[in-house]
Design a protein around this ligand. Structure first.
Ligand code: GDP
Length: 304
């Protein structure tokens, strides 16, 4: 899917609400700003970020005295682009970019069902197509189905996988995966992790342990910790980001299922509230439906 097609519902939702908010008005006044606030909140941009955007637009309106409602859309677009830029000054590296070191170890975290396995499969495919060797590590040993699913994706992407039996120590799987990567001269290692344990403290302790152990095998690993969030869950995704970023050093976000949802505004809210760059977005179930997040393309797709 293209980004434009993927964000179609978010775009039309935002525009419909916006045009209703400014219907019959020529200038941006307090009423319009109140309505705009509601539009942004209901588009899942998030309260904190909405307040930021409204404040910036208020400042512009106060400065220019007369701002027409026709100009409003351009203003919102500019402020949202600024917010995204501020929180992610650099465009994330593409799959074919040279790696700072090898093996480049990426740990992938997130709750079950958000699209973690699918995203790992898509990333493996993209790295491979870019000419890099890839190894997957099945460190979600809590659910038997997790390893099976990852295995299916390893097959689809045509990359090897290190796995153990259900209930095995996930840290040991990660350790072994990195050992194998070193001996095979692998470029990129993608480590899947559990999305649910008996309780949250248990999960966060386990993730911390997996992390620590990897550093003993490859100094500095993991080089990236990607948190996968389901973009179609709106405010739920925000709460998950809160829980994970408190306990795990998340370096980047993957927002999935942006196709077919009207809640794409979450991308803006999450990157603004957590100051963590969105690295990839998922726009479909297929192996090619993962994109390096490009904030200009995103704003273009959102505002046409
Ligand atoms: P996990 O439990 O987090 O590993 O989740 P899975 O990778 O198994 O994905 C859960 C479901 O979401 C599957 O049916 C996937 O096909 C679907 N899925 C994952 N990413 C996307 C996406 O970007 N768009 C859509 N539409 N579906 C997705």
């Amino acid at each position: 899917e293209t980004l434009e097609a993927g964000l179609e519902k978010t775009r039309t939702g935002l525009f419909d609400k916006l045009s209703r908010a400014v219907a019959g008005k020529d200038t941006v006044d307090d009423d319009v700003l109140d309505d705009l606030e509601e539009v942004l909140v209901t588009s899942d941009v998030g309260v904190t970020t909405t307040v930021d955007v409204i404040r910036r637009i208020e400042a512009r309106v106060a400065e220019d005295k007369y701002v027409s409602t026709a100009e409003l859309q351009g203003l919102i677009r500019a402020e949202i682009a600024n917010l995204l830029l501020q929180n992610a000054p650099e465009r994330p590296a593409d799959f074919d970019a040279p790696l700072p070191s090898t093996p480049h170890v990426v740990m992938v975290v997130g709750v079950n069902g958000v699209g973690k396995t699918t995203s790992i499969g898509k990333m493996a495919h993209r790295y491979k197509v870019a000419g890099k060797s890839v190894l997957l590590g099945a460190a979600d040993t809590f659910r038997a189905a997790a390893t099976e699913q990852l295995d299916v994706w390893a097959g689809r992407a045509g990359v090897p996988i290190i796995k153990q039996y259900q209930g095995a120590d996930p840290a040991a799987v990660a350790f072994d995966t990195l050992a194998a990567a070193k001996s095979r001269d692998t470029d990129v290692v993608l480590i899947d992790t559990a999305g649910r344990l008996h309780n949250r403290v248990g999960l966060m302790d386990e993730l911390a342990k997996v992390r620590r152990v990897m550093d003993r095998q490859v100094a500095g690993a993991p080089h990236e910790v990607l948190l996968v969030l389901d973009g179609s869950t709106g405010q739920n995704a925000l709460r998950q980001a809160e829980a994970f970023t408190e306990s795990v050093d998340v370096t980047g976000l993957v927002l999935t299922k942006l196709d077919g949802t009207a809640k794409g505004g979450i991308v803006i809210g999450i990157s603004n509230e957590f100051q963590i760059p969105v690295k990839y977005i998922g726009v479909g179930e297929g192996i090619d439906d993962l994109q390096v997040f490009d904030r200009s393309a995103f704003v273009d797709a959102l505002f046409g």
